[in-house]
Design a protein around this ligand. Structure first.
Ligand code: TNX
Length: 511
């Protein structure tokens, strides 16, 4: 099922109003298979969106994208009949190879049909269709059209089940609107998991009823001393639902036993010496630790994780475990071996940074690798114990690393990450000691020590987040840098229309 990843734009000579029809082979992430035809579909003003009853939400989502720019009514109707015109989203008849998240897209001169086995598959088919329409479709005011789509068939499915992005809302707090916008952006590229780093030394960002000062005091500042903030349970639940409507699962993280100054500052009794440290607004790491020998530590962690699990429909709770430099190795194991079962008791699966490999295995545990080398003792221990592995190598996937020495934002401890560095590697072979079958996916973390607003997040994410999304979605055989840089460059006008701030990497031929 290899694909030809060809040039991005195919000129259409006879239609002066539209410079070009987007090529079926220009989609990011690259589909598993693409078969173009000479046909062209033109969306008529009277088109309807026909959906299977169980996929009305996907139809409504598509209509929400298309109506403002086309000015068309695009009514959404439920029907399972064979479509003869307009756009149909069907839960039957897809090539069985599409599996649980894939889709089949057929474009003829008469109609567009997306078929899948699930609403998620249809949602990804819709994201592909969206990219095949002219970039002006992303405008929020009526544009002239015509709304043409190149003919052919795409049969597509993801390489990995876990396709992640992480946002650090602790070092700088980002409100619900910013996080929703980032969810919209990642879901365009078929990312299905948003990991929220909800606690760290600089801030605690979620209300916990049993320990209210975590949010009201522990959340009251951030790096640089600004006001910080936190999510109420209602706001957090709204975020989780917004993500779910875009087929994104939220994975909440409470980082421990290190990275805990905000909690220790909020409750003196959590400290071994019963003295609360001051709030922290710098960017050092590794100086804080929960008090491993105190029983109240475990009461606290159990209550926090239980409340968090109750807010979390997804399968995972992330318990951090990185850079616990102020916790001895023995204490680290003692702490994690006591804490991990709280996650299982709350009905969730443990995920943690790969240092967690030091602690006992728990069922289905995931170790998130953030190293910069190709082997690591803690990771090997995790894999030997049966852990699955999520790949976030810091020197390739860290969206907070600078692109070049001149990048005004970001850090550089893991290296400079230009677009090619982020893109040009194979998740299946990065770690020679880890069998490909242990890899569940790839995640791109965005740490926020230097990032204070949406435009900063976007500048660091674009174009590297779509690059990592392609690693997680596309078969290795469909990927190569020479084709990718052209497909990426063709997305520039689309991002401009969407109002996305992005880095115009000199490695990419921007359209
Ligand atoms: C390392 S990676 C950290 C974070 C920092 C990040 C900055 C990891 C698990 N820990 O605490 O924010 O570097 O790049």
């Amino acid at each position: 099922a290899a694909v030809v990843v060809a040039a991005a734009l195919v000129p259409v000579g006879s239609t002066p109003a539209s410079a070009a029809v987007v090529s079926l082979s220009s989609v990011v992430p690259a589909p598993a298979s693409v078969a173009p035809t000479a046909a062209v579909y033109t969306l008529p003003a009277g088109a309807t969106i026909q959906t299977a009853p169980a996929a009305v939400d996907v139809g409504t989502y598509l209509a929400g994208i298309l109506r403002p720019s086309t000015g068309y009514a695009l009514p959404v109707s439920t029907s399972t009949g064979t479509p003869t015109s307009g756009i149909a989203l069907l839960l039957s008849g897809a090539d069985p190879s599409v599996g649980a998240e894939g889709y089949q897209l057929d474009v003829t001169s008469a109609a567009i049909t997306v078929r899948a086995q699930t609403a998620a598959g249809l949602f990804y088919g819709v994201q592909t269709l969206r990219q095949l329409l002219p970039a002006a479709v992303e405008a929020r005011t009526v544009q002239p059209g015509p709304w043409e789509v190149a003919g052919g068939r795409i049969v597509d499915r993801p390489r990995y089940a876990y396709r992640g992005a992480m946002l650090d809302v602790s070092r700088h707090f980002f409100g619900v609107d910013v996080v929703k916008r980032y969810i919209d952006e990642i879901s365009q590229y078929k990312i299905n998991t948003l990991h929220l780093h909800l606690s760290d030394d600089q801030g605690w960002r979620i209300v916990i009823d049993a320990w209210p000062r975590l949010a009201t005091y522990g959340g009251s500042t951030q790096v640089g001393g600004g006001p910080g903030g936190y999510y109420t349970k209602a706001q957090y639940t709204d975020l989780v639902a917004y993500a779910a409507a875009r087929h994104v699962t939220v994975v909440p993280e409470i980082d421990m036993p290190g990275h805990t100054n905000a909690a220790l500052a909020s409750y003196a009794e959590l400290n071994c010496d019963n003295v609360a440290p001051p709030l922290y607004t710098g960017i050092e790491v590794g100086f804080s630790s929960f008090c491993v020998g105190k029983e109240i530590t475990y009461t606290f962690v159990r209550q926090v994780l239980t409340e968090l699990a109750a807010l979390t429909p997804g399968p995972y709770l992330h318990i951090g475990g990185d850079e616990a430099h102020s916790t001895s190795d023995a204490d680290y194991r003692t702490f994690m071996n006591r804490v991990q079962p709280f996650v299982g008791t709350a009905g969730k699966t443990v995920i943690g940074w790969h240092q967690l490999g030091q602690a006992d295995h728990t069922p289905n545990r995931v170790a998130q690798f953030w190293g910069t080398t190709t082997s690591d003792a803690d990771l090997s221990a995790a894999v030997a114990k049966g852990d699955k592995v999520l790949l976030s190598p810091a020197n390739k996937t860290y969206l907070d690393m600078k692109y070049t020495n001149e990048t005004p934002l970001g850090l550089s401890w893991a290296g400079l990450i230009e677009v090619r560095t982020a893109y040009d590697w194979d998740p299946g072979t990065l770690l020679p000691g880890v069998p490909a079958s242990a890899i569940i996916g790839v995640e791109a973390p965005m740490w926020s020590e230097t990032l204070t607003r949406l435009a900063d997040i976007e500048f660091m994410a674009f174009p590297r987040m779509p690059a990592i999304a392609e690693l997680a979605w596309s078969p290795q055989s469909a990927r190569n840098w020479d084709g990718f840089r052209v497909r990426l460059g063709a997305l520039g006008p689309r991002w401009t229309t969407q109002g996305i701030t992005f880095y115009r990497s000199p490695q990419v031929p921007w359209a």
